[in-house]
Ligand binder design. Structure first.
Ligand code: ZN
Length: 469
């Protein structure tokens, strides 16, 4: 027996695909389950996931704090009695047990060799948080990427141009694996603007007949604008069918108009891959409920949010071997989409990701998400949508103020009027006054990282004292 672990010996693939059907098999089976069928499948997988989690020091320690015992959790109905955890607990676990943290159940002394892969979160400060994936972890994530692409109109031999950085962060690599293994389409990894210049991205799109774009909305918008303004080329003439992205609160209508293509939203993270995806009806993204249990909790009360009410997403995985998540407070803010979807699936749907609770600024008693500022800016005229929010202390009382710098198109003839209009729209929509300042196109690039990074920075926090949330 070869002592080197072989990826294709490490899993029973036929059995995996029976449990986690792919592509059209998925759309004809799990996707159409009734709510009861979904719950039964989740309950079974959840109890298995709990057995695994009890073997992991991180959970043993976290749950011992509240005196939880293995027999206490008898079904998914008991989920609420499990204490949640957040990113600070993960950081603490890494400090206790470097380099991966004791939430990763890997014992190099005892475990058989296993093919592993490591990627990280796309963190903007400090060392990014690493995550290791076992073959099963990675393969289920790949299957979910493939499902998402099929739901969003990707078909065999379509060329998909992926404009996400290839490096430590999981985004680009994970998309490539899912496209290649489970969609039949062809991934073309142009990466971010730092890896392939915007002009070369456009040349490739034309020459290789790209059918779908994957990337961040701000960059995809920029590419379309460069095409129009600098190359005198109509992005709609390229025949791009869909823009596959994390929409957040970015403006769907203007992107669809610019490219003449459908925009499909998705929710994904480094630890979990794609957790949900919009179907062709664009009514919010359907959670892959055979792989995850998601909860949305009210930020103030911690109670389950009703459909349409915003709250923070708690994630529980149902398939992970190395590092299962049981009630991870993701800090991502969303809401359940009310009503049924015309596609016939009962898998619950997330509205957009409105922002992150740890990026939320409390200004004179009002919660402000930088992302919401971007959504309001997108509706203004004579702007390209680029902005950054700067929050700082001012005056003797160290009162907090936020200034929004935004890029103004050279064709605009009255900057101060546009600033006034924007400030008024912000006040009306957010209920709090922000300062605004227009700057020339391109001048925020170095601050936000638009042309060089996948993860775009929209908030600069210069406060000396952090306000209590
Ligand atoms: Zn649907």
């Amino acid at each position: 027996m070869d002592s080197v672990p072989r990826y294709y010996d490490s899993l029973d693939f036929q059995s995996l695909w029976a449990q986690y059907p792919t592509g059209t098999d998925f759309l004809q089976s799990t996707y159409l389950f009734s709510s009861d069928e979904i719950w039964s499948l989740q309950n079974k997988r959840f109890l298995d996931q709990m057995v695994r989690a009890w073997q992991i020091p991180f959970y043993q320690r976290h749950w011992a704090k509240v005196g939880m015992l293995a027999g206490d959790i008898k079904s998914l109905e008991d989920l609420n009695s499990i204490p949640p955890f957040d990113v600070s607990d993960l950081r603490d676990a890494i400090d206790r047990s470097p380099p991966w943290g004791d939430f990763v159940a890997l014992d190099l002394e005892k475990n058989k060799p296993m093919p592993l892969v490591l990627q990280t979160s796309g963190g903007t400060t400090g060392l990014p948080r690493a995550m290791l994936y076992s073959p099963k972890d990675r393969e289920v994530m790949n299957i979910n990427t493939g499902r998402r692409l099929y739901m969003q109109g990707v078909r065999s031999f379509d060329v998909i141009q992926v404009m996400l950085s290839l490096g430590l962060s999981n985004g680009g690599f994970l998309v490539r694996e899912g496209i290649w293994k489970y969609s039949g389409a062809v991934p073309v990894m142009t990466g971010s603007g730092a890896q392939t210049s915007t002009r070369r991205q456009i040349e490739i799109m034309q020459a290789w007949k790209t059918r779908h774009l994957v990337g961040f909305p701000a960059y995809i918008r920029k590419v379309g604008q460069v095409m129009k303004d600098e190359l005198n080329l109509d992005p709609r003439s390229l025949g791009i069918k869909s823009l596959i992205l994390h929409l957040g609160v970015d403006d769907r209508a203007s992107l669809e108009k610019l490219w003449g293509a459908k925009v499909y939203d998705t929710y994904g993270t480094n630890e979990c891959g794609s957790l949900s995806a919009e179907c062709e009806h664009q009514t919010g993204s359907h959670v892959f409920e055979d792989s995850f249990v998601l909860e949305i909790k009210d930020l103030e009360t911690g109670e389950d949010a009703l459909p349409g009410e915003k709250g923070v997403i708690y994630q529980t995985t149902l398939f992970k071997h190395l590092a299962p998540l049981i009630r991870f407070n993701s800090a991502d803010i969303s809401a359940w989409s009310p009503g049924a979807c015309a596609c016939g699936s009962h898998h619950k749907r997330l509205q957009r990701i409105f922002g992150r609770s740890d990026n939320m600024i409390k200004l004179r008693g009002t919660n402000v998400f930088p992302e919401a500022v971007g959504a309001i800016l997108a509706k203004q005229s004579d702007v390209n949508g680029e902005y950054v929010c700067i929050v700082e202390d001012s005056g003797e009382n160290l009162e907090e103020k936020m200034t929004v710098k935004f890029e103004l198109l050279p064709s605009a003839d009255n900057a101060s009027l546009i600033e006034q209009d924007f400030a008024l729209a912000l006040k009306e929509s957010l209920g709090v006054k922000l300062l605004v300042q227009s700057v020339p196109v391109g001048s925020l690039d170095a601050v936000t990282g638009l042309s060089s990074q996948s993860k775009i920075k929209r908030l600069i926090d210069l406060r000396k004292t952090r306000s209590v949330k």
